[in-house]
Design a binder for this molecule. Structure first.
Ligand code: SF4
Length: 447
């Protein structure tokens, strides 16, 4: 990048990246818990993909039984701190809270959950669960993201010998490096890895299955294998100029912001993000908070068709992010460094099979926006090559095919969950998948 935004002071970075939803104090947590109606047929619990017994855990807060509350939460969700901080609660549990219908503010379930789990970690994880005696069987888990961790925790408590293989040097997957720091710091995700390790799970980092160890060797050495491998590389824009200095992928950029000193992360003065999903909003707001003067999101369809949640869109607008809808990139302009992005206006057409309206270029409407950094955020590729190397495992529409009741793939000894089976959903979906797959594996190994 030629035109790097000026560095901020550490105080400015801390201010820009301060938590969006700070923790409750003791009094505020009690007051919020006391507003809950403890609904018998809790719609909040149904709306949570891991079905945490929300009214129970909130009731336990109000009787000061915080460890009991932690147990209620964790038995449904092993990455409950990440979910408390990063879940889109407005469209899940809090969106379903009955108080919305009464015209009242919904219970802040996410912040209460965080209050409970923060307390549990602050007390250094007193044992809440009893592990079954060893059954002599072993399971290999590939990937230490939310699906892998959930599967590991559940299997370890059932008496399995569990080993997690993580290609990165830092465990936790997207929970550790893929969530914006104003939502959650990487230290929180690492606490959840530590919790799973207390159950005897062996987490091996820096081991890339397929390179450092052959899949076939794992397959032979373990009684079952769980794939929690997520998705692969960021999708290419496939336009001229993509190779220029200053073009980066959103995931690489977000990882840098999460794992490196903020002052060392290069960001342009004028930054264009291509794509309008939740990852693109994260990248846009992070670029702005790192000091970029102007940040814009370029999206080929209209605002109604973007996949970012409304609350993420609102956050970006509050941060001063500019949105260019019905605008598609044609090429990235520059000699060695990015100097601009040539775009073309689009017009909406009929909806496609997913209900999103197709968009068509309007000839002769090309124009150039001067920018010095382009961040690609149009999704990730599936891990086709790796999956293809596993006998019996099939891909359907870029996702690993599983039996929905058991999470078993076409290879009976291989199970899968998380982004690799759903194309990229929420952490809470991966947490649920991992847990259910553990029970699929348990049934398989006991029949
Ligand atoms: Fe409490 Fe709202 Fe859930 Fe009812 S729906 S139990 S009020 S959080």
């Amino acid at each position: 990048m030629e035109n790097i935004a000026s560095k901020l002071t550490q105080e400015q970075y801390e201010k820009n990246f301060k938590e969006l939803h700070p923790p409750f104090s003791y009094g505020a947590a009690l007051a919020e818990a006391s507003r809950c109606l403890y609904c018998y047929d809790s719609p909040c619990m149904k709306a949570c993909p891991t079905h945490i017994d929300i009214s129970q855990f909130i009731k336990k807060i109000s009787t000061d039984n915080l460890l009991g509350s932690a147990k209620t939460i964790l038995k449904s969700n092993w990455v409950a701190l990440t979910c408390a901080k990063a879940c889109p609660v407005a469209v899940l549990c809090e969106g379903a809270c009955v108080l919305n219908e009464k015209g009242d503010k919904p219970i802040e379930i996410g912040r209460l959950q965080r209050y409970v789990i923060d307390n549990y970690f602050a007390k250094e994880m007193p044992p809440l669960f009893t592990k079954k005696p060893s059954n002599g069987k072993s399971v290999a888990i590939i990937g230490s993201g939310p699906a892998g961790l959930s599967c590991s925790a559940e299997l370890a408590l059932l008496g399995y010998n569990v080993t997690v293989f993580e290609s990165s040097d830092i465990p936790g997957g997207l929970n550790t490096w893929g969530i914006a720091p104003y939502k959650m710091r990487k230290e929180d995700a690492l606490k959840e890895v530590e919790l799973v390790k207390t159950f005897g799970v062996n987490v091996k980092t820096g081991v890339n299955v397929g390179i450092d160890i052959l899949f076939n060797d794992l397959y032979k050495a373990f009684d079952a294998v769980f794939l929690g491998i997520g998705l692969g590389e960021s999708r290419a824009l496939s336009v001229n100029g993509e190779e220029l200095s200053g073009v980066v992928s959103a995931l690489d950029f977000i990882e840098q912001v999460k794992t490196e000193e903020w002052s060392s992360v290069a960001v342009g003065k004028r930054v264009a993000i291509i794509g309008a999903g939740n990852t693109s909003i994260d990248a846009a707001t992070e670029a702005k908070r790192l000091g970029a003067e102007e940040v814009m999101v370029i999206y080929r369809r209209s605002s109604q068709d973007m996949s970012a949640y409304n609350f993420e869109f609102d956050l970006a607008k509050k941060d001063g992010i500019i949105f260019h809808f019905l605008t598609a990139p044609k090429k990235i302009v520059g000699k060695n460094f990015v100097e601009g992005i040539e775009c073309i206006r689009m017009e909406p057409g009929e909806p496609d099979s997913k209900g999103k309206r197709r968009a068509f270029p309007v000839p002769g409407t090309e124009f150039v926006i001067p920018v010095d950094m382009v961040i690609k955020a149009i999704g990730q590729e599936a891990q086709n090559e790796f999956i293809a190397s596993i006998p019996g495992v099939k891909f359907v529409n870029g996702m690993v095919e599983i039996k929905p009741d058991t999470y078993q793939t076409g290879n009976p000894k291989v199970f899968a969950g998380g982004d690799c089976i759903n194309g990229g959903k929420e952490v809470v979906n991966a947490a649920y998948d991992g847990k259910m797959a553990a029970h699929g594996i348990n049934n398989f190994l006991n029949n």
